[in-house]
Design a protein around this ligand. Structure first.
Ligand code: FAD
Ligand code: SF4
Length: 328
């Protein structure tokens, strides 16, 4: 047991200055990831600053027609929100595909985006892991890597980001609102998480002490016809081997616009910009979907244990787009 202190912050500036001023401090939201990592000895914060009552815990309209999701909104409340279900169904579906009802009742919007990889070696103190202990090596490359990255990995790390919600918000062009020691920032979700490069210990671009206060979704009318599809080893309570978040806008048989992101394939949610570009203006048909996904996945560098993911990602994305096109 590593001793730690617990504080409840009273306002955002107070929380930020407390955490930014202490190297060993961390924010605590639902605790469903952080507390597990503390029990394993992977995270050893000296001070936990509870932020569950600090920011909004609901969904509100924005003047531009989009919506703002408070960082403390639970995954359950967000998935059940009537506006989210009607206008951004892929987000509700992504949330409901994750964890269990009990966990979703505790897990928050801010914490979900910042949960850490489920690479088994990251959670096992007895094995080398560059993400947990920089410079110690990567046990997964020659070890168990069936669930790990096929895109954007580095020699240092092949971990994947585990969040389903992050994949849907990435496809929706969501923007993360933060408050840090240097003031407020707006960060597109597509730029929040990093590829591992030589610094796999850094999951995202936030500075120490920077607090997520909200996530904004832009108005995207065609996202009302969108879908999240997740392939995993069990029907529930399992992380994605591959997932797809897609929205499709078809006019006269041609793709007018599309949003596509893949999960379970990289250190960050993977926005499929190459496929999107190839699809705009193309026939909304299986052949175009397949060509676009093959172009997107041309840069995949799988290992022996996860090579199946390349075809899986392509097929799941093509089927999801075909379903959306049929609904049009
Ligand atoms: C058995 C199990 C199965 C799961 N299955 C899935 C799954 O299939 N799909 C999926 O997506 N997730 C899954 N999860 C993960 C779960 O969704 C996350 O644990 C949860 O979303 C984290 O939210 P939290 O509020 O509990 O975060 P916490 O555990 O409290 O925090 C997580 C991290 O975020 C930081 N943090 C929290 N809030 C803020 C903030 N506002 N600003 C800045 N930093 C902050 C914390 O310091 C910590 O580093 C599973 C978890 C478990 C235990
Ligand atoms: S893949 Fe990344 S998280 Fe997993 S063992 Fe290698 S360095 Fe650690």
């Amino acid at each position: 047991m590593n001793p730690f202190r617990y504080e409840r912050a009273h306002d955002v500036p107070g929380a930020v200055s407390t955490v930014a001023g202490a190297r060993g401090a961390a924010y605590l939201a639902g605790g469903t990831n952080l507390v597990d990592l503390m029990k394993l000895g992977v995270a050893t914060p000296e001070l936990l600053v509870d932020v569950r009552r600090l920011t909004s815990d609901g969904v509100e309209p924005l003047p531009d027609g989009g919506v703002r999701i408070g960082a403390a909104t639970t995954n359950s409340a967000l998935a059940a929100d009537e506006t989210i279900r009607r206008r951004y169904p892929m987000l509700s579906q992504a949330l409901l595909s994750g964890a269990s009802g009990q966990l979703r009742n505790l897990a928050t919007t801010g914490g979900n985006l910042l949960q850490r990889t489920r690479c088994v070696y990251f959670q096992d103190l007895t094995t080398p892991c560059n993400k947990r202990k920089p410079g110690s090596g990567c046990s997964a490359r020659e070890g168990h890597h069936r669930s790990l990255a096929i895109l954007g990995a580095s020699d240092a790390c092949i971990a994947t980001h585990p969040s389903d919600m992050a994949v849907a918000t990435c496809a929706l062009d969501a923007v993360v609102r933060t408050h840090g020691p240097e003031g407020a920032r707006a960060i597109p979700v597509t730029e929040l998480h990093r590829l591992p490069g030589d610094e796999p210990d850094r999951d995202n671009v936030l500075h120490h002490g920077e607090l997520i206060t909200a996530v904004d979704l832009p108005p995207l009318p065609f996202a009302a016809r969108s879908r999240y599809r997740k392939v995993r080893d069990r029907a529930s309570y399992a992380f994605a081997l591959v997932s797809v978040a897609a929205a499709l806008d078809v006019a006269d048989g041609l793709v007018r616009d599309v949003r596509l992101a893949l999960g379970g394939v990289a250190h960050k949610p993977w926005r499929a910009t190459t496929a999107e570009q190839a699809l705009r203006g193309a026939p909304a048909a299986a052949a175009s979907f397949r060509d676009a996904l093959e172009a997107e996945l041309a840069s995949a560098r799988p290992l022996s244990g996860n090579a199946f993911k390349v075809a899986l990602a392509r097929n799941v994305a093509v089927e999801t787009l075909r379903e959306l096109a049929r609904e049009e």
